[in-house]
Design a protein around this ligand. Structure first.
Ligand SMILES: Cc1cc2nc3c(=O)[nH]c(=O)nc-3n(C[C@H](O)[C@H](O)[C@H](O)COP(=O)(O)OP(=O)(O)OC[C@H]3O[C@@H](n4cnc5c(N)ncnc54)[C@H](O)[C@@H]3O)c2cc1C
Length: 254
């Protein structure tokens, strides 16, 4: 089975984020594999181990993205491809990234494409469905289970805490949700092997695309951090006193 995983390098949202000049300050940020994409890598490896084939991890990014791709190779993916747009493109949006990935994938005869449900930084959840549309294949989002039998695929998806079971056929694109699996940590032998696994580097030119073809359709006007919340107040004294004070405080708010 020819399996592709779409992997995004994101900054770690658990770490402190600062904004300067309307952009997230990358200097102090920690970079990781988008957490939802780790489920995609793990599931791809399990499907390959069960059904045979090959797993390729693909990222549109910059030179430093190699680190996250090597981590996915150390987890067990077979090959990686990095489309480095650092020098070619000034700005991108979901249209641009989907166009680039779609162009790369269009002649790859992928049976299964796995993407994360959402990137924890951009958070649009658009890339997977957009690529399925470009390739003219079905897609199922937020999956928590996938079973493949020949060309038939049965997928369970998360619908706000409830589950929906969907049948489809290969080729298919799915986006992965928490609960699908527990992504493995790369082992030491895995890390050693990953250094020798193939990682193809491409630029926009190699895909017969130029900057105009991927010009963003949207513009980000402003990026800002949530307003700081003021500290909460803990009421003290007897319970009845606290209730009176709370009622008093609430009535002042109205
Ligand atoms: C090198 C680079 C430069 C950028 N420059 C700008 C800029 O100038 N202005 C701006 O506003 N935004 C910029 N972005 C952000 C970019 O436009 C968004 O990240 C993109 O539109 C995806 O949207 P999202 O993050 O909401 O992803 P979502 O749609 O939420 O992502 C869902 C899933 O799609 C896949 N995916 C998403 N992005 C990638 C990727 N790059 N490679 C492989 N798989 C992916 C992953 O599986 C991910 O889990 C840049 C991003 C990159 C990588």
């Amino acid at each position: 089975m020819n399996i592709y995983v779409l992997l995004k390098r994101t900054f770690d949202t658990e770490e402190r984020i600062t904004i300067s000049g309307g952009q997230i300050d990358q200097d102090g940020a920690e970079f990781i594999i988008n957490p939802y994409d780790e489920y995609a890598v793990e599931e791809a490896i399990r499907i390959r181990d069960k059904h045979g084939g090959e797993v390729t991890v693909l990222s549109v990014g910059e030179e430093d993205t190699e680190k996250q791709l090597r981590t996915a190779l150390a987890m067990g993916a077979d090959k990686a491809a990095l489309i480095n747009i650092e020098d070619d493109v000034e700005e991108t949006d979901e249209f641009s990234i989907a166009m680039i990935i779609g162009e790369f994938l269009k002649d790859k005869e992928a049976d299964l494409i796995l993407a994360g449900n959402v990137a924890v930084d951009g958070g649009s959840g658009q890339i997977g469905p957009r690529i399925a549309d470009i390739l003219g294949i079905p897609h199922v989002t937020t999956i928590t289970k996938i079973e493949i039998s020949g060309e038939q695929v049965t997928v369970t998806r998360d619908v706000e805490g409830d589950s929906e079971v969907i049948e489809s056929t290969l080729p298919l694109l799915v986006t992965t949700q928490q609960g699908l699996n527990d992504p493995r940590y790369p082992s030491l032998p895995g890390i050693m092997k990953a250094k020798k696994k193939p990682l193809e580097e491409l630029e926009l030119d190699d895909l017969d695309l130029d900057e105009d073809d991927v010009e963003p359709k949207t513009k980000t006007i402003e990026v800002f951090l949530p307003l700081e919340k003021s500290a909460g107040r803990i009421l003290e004294g007897e319970l009845q006193e606290q209730v009176k004070e709370l009622a008093n405080l609430l009535s002042k708010q109205l």
